[in-house]
Design a protein around this ligand. Structure first.
Ligand code: NAG
Ligand code: NAG
Ligand code: NAG
Ligand code: NAG
Ligand code: NAG
Length: 340
């Protein structure tokens, strides 16, 4: 009787210790969260504080290792980490209503303040608030310390051979901000007398997000008309709506030579190539009738592939890369004098 009791106890103890062993082993192997993977890496961790979410838009931070293979940074939007932050990112449009919106604490001497804007100077006010406070600039301007364009060209993926999407319509334009005195609207008013343009956006044809790419890629031409004219200010209107979706951009923006710094000369049509909107319209109608000539606008796609930025992750990840590499920067005392 006694020995059966003993055997029972022994069995119970064996089961318990196996159970505890599995439990313990499992816990010791599993890192708590992916965040801790950066902290465990050998390189020092750079802490980057987003002073605000850009335009209040929240996104998943700390995607740089998985999305861009950029490691070594810890991003946070928690202002209590201000004193520990190696860099603080100030998104211009979120801090422009008064100086009180800038960090008010004493500034750690080694901390970088990074000024960030993807908007053009025409849509930015109170820039002088941050004069003499900034270490690095980050914007779509190619001469920024951290250059964050809306898009770029890369070598094509071998797996994907580009073919021109099937075309059933002629000219498309997506516009939500209809300001009658804006140059692009004035130009359109003249253009529409000579060619039909399908307009999508507020007060025009609906364009649900899910239909965006299918709808626009059916057009032969896309009006990539920028809201204001500034050096390098070439937005997703060109990069995504036109180039990525496989239609020929008709651009209105900085001069042709500025575009040619970023994309091949034979990949787009510039309104300045024509002395009148009527001449542009005739040229588009001529291309519509001449498939061979139209297709020449895609010859460059055998060597290059357009890619548009993923807002906002791809921009912020560039900070990590820049700070790890240097950072290489020049101090611009007056942002308001530089950003025009
Ligand atoms: C953790 O990171 C690894 C490697 O970057 C990735 O493959 C995995 O999907 C991540 N897991 C989670 C839960 O984010
Ligand atoms: C910010 O960080 C502090 C200190 O680590 C923590 O107590 C607080 O809960 C955090 N706030 C948020 C919103 O995560
Ligand atoms: C610019 O600054 C002035 C003075 O602080 C402020 O009254 C105004 O609202 C600011 N403009 C914007 C668009 O925030
Ligand atoms: C950043 O700029 C501020 C203001 O010009 C300056 O006081 C500070 O020393 C600079 N910080 C670094 C790390 O260069
Ligand atoms: C959007 O796409 C769906 C599925 O292809 C289609 O049924 C619907 O009619 C489209 N809507 C518009 C406004 O084009």
């Amino acid at each position: 009787m006694e020995s059966i009791k003993f055997l029972f106890l022994l069995l119970f103890q064996v089961v318990l210790s196996v159970f505890l062993f599995i439990l313990f082993q499992d816990k010791s192997k599993k890192p708590e969260k992916n965040v801790s993977l950066y902290l465990m890496s050998e390189e020092p961790v750079i802490t980057i504080l987003l002073w605000t979410w850009p335009f209040g838009y929240r996104f998943i931070l700390n995607q740089c290792p998985s999305s861009f293979d950029i490691t070594g940074c810890f991003f946070t939007a928690n202002r209590t980490l201000f004193l520990e932050a190696d860099a603080v990112v100030l998104h211009q449009r979120d801090v422009c209503s008064s100086k009180d919106q800038l960090p008010q604490f004493p500034r750690p001497p080694k901390q970088y303040w990074i000024w960030f804007s993807m908007e053009s100077p025409s849509h930015i006010v109170n820039l002088s608030f941050i004069d003499n406070l900034i270490n690095l600039t980050m914007s779509y301007r190619a001469d920024s310390d951290i250059f964050t364009p809306w898009g770029w060209l890369k070598k094509p993926d071998n797996a994907q051979i580009f073919s021109i999407p099937k075309k059933t319509s002629l000219v498309a334009w997506v516009i939500s901000n209809w300001n009658p005195s804006n140059r692009r609207i004035i130009y359109y008013q003249e253009l529409k007398k000579h060619i039909h343009v399908n307009i999508y956006g507020k007060q025009h044809l609906p364009l649900p997000r899910a239909n965006h790419s299918d709808t626009l890629s059916k057009y032969k031409f896309y009006l990539a008309f920028e809201n204001s004219l500034h050096e390098d200010y070439i937005t997703e209107k060109l990069w995504y709506n036109a180039l990525v979706l496989g239609n020929v951009p008709v651009v209105l923006g900085p001069p042709r030579q500025n575009y040619e710094r970023f994309i091949p000369p034979d990949s787009f049509i510039h309104v300045d190539d024509f002395s009148t909107a009527q001449e542009l319209a005739s040229y588009l109608l001529e291309l519509d009738k001449d498939d061979h000539k139209y297709q020449q606008y895609f010859n460059w796609r055998s060597k290059l592939q357009p890619e548009s930025a993923i807002p906002w992750v791809s921009h912020y990840c560039k900070i990590c890369k820049a700070l790890k590499e240097g950072p290489n920067y020049r101090t611009i005392p007056s942002i308001s004098r530089w950003f025009k």
